[in-house]
Structures are given as C-alpha cells and as structure tokens.
Design a binder for this molecule. Sequence first.
Ligand code: ISL
Ligand code: CA
Length: 633
Amino acid sequence: MHLTRKSRVKDLYATPIGKDVIDKLLLQMNINKRWISNRIVSNMSVKTLEMLLKKKVGPDFFDVLLNLFNQESDIPSVSYQDDVKQWWKEAVFYQIYPRSFCDSNGDGIGDIQGIISKLDYLVSLGVNAVWLSPIYDSPNDDNGYDIRDYFKVLDEFGSMDDFDVLLDELKARDMKLIMDLVVNHTSDEHVWYKAAVDNVNSPYHDYYHFEKSDSKMPPNNWTSFFSGSAWNYIEKNDEYSLHLFSQKQVDLNWECEAMRTDIIEMIKWWLDKGVAGFRMDVINYISKPNKLSDGNVVIGELMGYYGIEHYFYGPKLHQYLKQIKQEAFLPYNAFSVGEMPGIGMQMGKLLTGPDRGELDMFFSFDHLENPGYERFDDYQYDLNYYKSYLIDWTENFSDTCWMSLFYNNHDNPRFISKINPKPELFDYLAKLLATIQLTYKGTPFIFQGDEIGACNQDFESMDDIRDIESTNLYQQCLKTMSPQDAFNKIMAGSRDHARVPMRWDSRMHEAGFTSGTAWLKNMDNRVQYDVAYQQAQSDTVFNYYHDLIALRKASEVLVYGDVEFLYKKVKHYLVYQRVSDSDVYLVECNLSDGSLKSQVQRKDYELVLSNYPNQCQTLRAYESNVYKRRKLM
Ligand code: ISL
Ligand code: CA
C-alpha cells in the first residue's frame, strides 16, 4: 500500500519500517508503545496528526517519514520456521579487543602473540568462537576502525605470520575465528582515498562520496557520530568528503561497482585463509541515496545526529548485502553478524531472515538503555526493561530469526555499572546477567572482562581518556557546560570504560597486561577481579561463567529449545523455561536488589546452578536459579 497523508496512523504502523521507526521515536521520547494502538490515535489520518503536532514537528517531518516507510515494499515472512542447526547458533563467542587483551613485547599495546598466549585461558573458560576487533593496518584514529590496508596487519599487533599462527592455534583448539569487517569507510590514508584526492579523474574518486557546494557551507547538515559536520572540505579540489565517523574515516561509495568488487575480493581473501565469517561494522549505513539532502531537524534532535534517516536503512542496502552473501559468503559457507545501530525488529527480520539471503544475525542495541535515556546519561538502569525487551523479541522475532545476546562490547560502558553500584551485590548481579545470557535462546557474545567482573573505571580527568568519540564530545560539551559537568557526561558514556586492559593478575605490574606502560590506564584496584584470583577461588564470576558455558554446551535444549515465559506480569520476576521434547530447564531471576517471593514448585525441579549457596521461598537480591525438570517416573 502506498502511504500518503490520507493514510491512517495504523497504516503507517503496519509497515515494517513504520513500526520500527515509530517504536524507536516513542522509545527516545519515553512514550509507551500503547499510545499508538489507542483507538483515536491509530485511526487518525496523517494529515490530522500533522496538524496537531505542527508546532512541534514542522512541515517536512511527515514527508520524510512517508518516504522512508514507502521505500520498503517487502514484509517479513511469518511462516518461516527457523529450526536449521548451525555452528554459530551453538557457539559461545568471546570478543577480543586486541589493543587491550595482552601485550607480549612490553610496548604497552596488546598484540596477536599476546592473544595466542591466552588461548588456553579461553579454552579454560569454555568459549569456542572468537570475534576479533580490527587488527588491520591503520593510523589508529579510531583504534583500528579506520583501515589503511585491508591486507596487512597493524605493525603494533604483529605480522601476517603471527595472524596465521593465531588461526592455526585456534583451529587446533577447535575454535572458530570471525574478523571485524569495516567497509562503510576506510582511513583517509588508504591508497584508494589518496588516489581519489590526488586526481579527481582517477577511477578511485568514485570510490568515495565527494560533493561540491556552491555556498561556503558543507553540502548538507549531516553530522558525524564523533561531533561536528559529517563533511570535510578538501581545499585542493574545492569539494567536500563525507565522513559519518571521524574526519579520517571517509565513507565508501557503495554505488561504485568497482569498489564493491574490490571489497568482495578482499572478503574472499580472508575467507580463503580460513576465517569463519565476519562481524560487519555499521553495515546498515553503507547505502546512501543519490541525492544527499538535509537531515530532518526534529529527527536529528531526537536521535542526536542529523541525516541518519537517509542512510541507516538506505535504498540499496538489501541489494548490497545480497551481493556480498552471494559472491563472498555463500561459496565459503561463512557466517555474518551485522552491527546495525538503529535497526529495529521488523527491519532486522528483513535483513536476517533465513529466507532473505542477506545476514545471519545482527546486533540490536535497544536493550542497552532504558527508554528516554541515551548512553551519555547518568542514571540507574532498570532490568525490568530488559525483561520486557526479551519478551518482545522472543515472541515477535525469534520464531523466524536468531537473536544475539550481549551486554557489552568496546563501544559501551560496562552494563553492570549502570544497574547497581552496591559492591556487596556485584557478584550476584554479574552472575545473574551471565545466567540469562547463557541460558537464553540466541548466540551469546561475551566481551573480554565480562567473565571476571570488569566494571566501569574511576577515570580522574580527561587526561586519562583516549577515545576520539569522548575527546571530541568533551570539546563540544565545553561550549555549553562547565568542565566538571562535561567530564561527568563523558564518564557516564565513554567507550574507554570497556577498552581498558584486561586484568590478568593484580599482583603484577599493570595487572599482568604489559611489562611496559599500558596505552590506557586500568583504574580498577579491586584485587579479586582479575583472572588469577577468579580462576583460583571457587564461587567467582569466572567459575560461574565456566559452569554456565559447560551446561549450555551439554544441553541442546538451552540452544534450540523454545522459550516459555511464566509470571510475565510479576514485576522484578523473570522466569522462563527452555523446552524440548526431552528436557525442560527453568530459569528464575530476581531482577531487583530487594527480596521477592519464589513461585517455583520445587518438588518438580532439581537445582542445577544458582548464584546463592542455598535456596528458600524468598529470592534474595539478584538471585538467579537454574532448575531442570525432574523426569516423571
Ligand atoms: O556512535 C554511535 C552512536 O551513539 C554508535 O551507535 C556507533 O554508530 C556504533 O557504535 C558504531 O560502532 C562501530 O563503528 C564505529 C567504531 O568507532 C566502533 O568502534 C564500531 O564498533 C566506526 O567504525
Ligand atoms: Ca605489544
């Protein structure tokens, strides 16, 4: 159906993009989704709604939305049953941020030999797949997410020989490796870009987004995720170059067929080496419209970035993903997980549905913040929202598609620190989060440090901070805030909380990460939260992860079994069963730091794992219990 101003709100909401975008806007504004299904609202025409909201949203807001929603003619399939077994559904992934994992040569920077030296550590934890953040040659403006040469290993990390050894050593341990694939942009030091700027008639000029501008202003109002305009003026050629991230991360032009062919060759080159697949960096941003017009101001203010509606689900995204899948992934049976900020559930189905031939899985980020909050807000996260998220995604997504399960990565402060600051509850909470992640339906991605209870850092000043997103944002905040307020904001959201070096042994210099000086300080001085202590003592977060992973590996029902919720409406109480023909597990969690009445019929179940030593009818703070249903005699 073609949507116009005569269409009703419910018609908009019935389209896949309409549903996701409206949900996202409501989430940003902290308005309950029920608002949209209210009879009066849902039957209202767009025209009427526009009149009502006129003062707030201005004239072109609804044009933008209607265009966006009309762009997608497909609808997600509802009948497809996803019951195909795949290694990546059974795997437990571990994300390594190479710079901060282990330094082998004392230069303060983690490296490939360091990773190799810790592979047996990963085996002892039980994970069997690794996602390695970028190790490619890079000037490191954004810690490797700005690639200068896709075929070379960054000197600081080692050599291609080291990489080949890593791959062999992983194989010897029966572990898979997926690489980070960063193809929305390259570094401005990539040979393609240098050729493009050197000579505007070079074929490489077409590999990037260059635009002329008549005024002395950038071609449009798009902003970068790392503050300021998304355009950089190239004086020599009197034109602007697009960069959605840092100025040194220039956006590739996916309209250019030769560029796509080169990227596909590069992907195949890595697959030939034996990597099992890719985590695809901001892959939903690769398709930009032909005409790069201004971003809508209302959407820009709400989302924090101008222009996003033009490219977060661009016009040829499906086509490009299908091409990559057909030409590169399928011949190697490679696995793909798309990192896709802003993609909601319906769009996610269209991008990862097994019938679609695009991606296998994706990272959605909507669970990381409570409604109405964003990453740089300082607030206490309410886990009841995570519960509602799990219920929604399980009931409406995972019958046809496969979820990813994670709390942390290198782009976010530690999730646990957002929830409850009380040190005496820390272990219970860490184990509760682990319980859900490893007994739920979907593929778990553990981020380095999760397993030893890593938390946010008490950085003392901006001098301790390295991340370009944080340093740029700090400068921008200083325009309107006091230095202290600006620093507090950075502390709430900085990616450096997660990027500090691993703590191997706190009795050692730099906690055993390096014999030199670490590139970023780890300020954590809790001696119990390092690998040495966590492995040596029982009842630690590490051992709990270990036991959960072992349980998951031994119980097919924890991978493929259905999820059935119980006591859905009881606040703070998360209870679900994993069910197959032969087994039933029941997981019971108290999502609060208070006590709660347990409603489980104990006689029917035997306890398998718990984060408390003994069970009673009252669940204590963050108590989580995993039970197995007794077989009937
Ligand atoms: O900056 C954001 C908006 O707040 C993020 O959502 C951002 O779009 C997302 O985290 C993208 O991350 C990935 O691409 C970036 C890189 O800096 C990150 O480390 C990477 O994970 C650019 O390559
Ligand atoms: Ca090193």
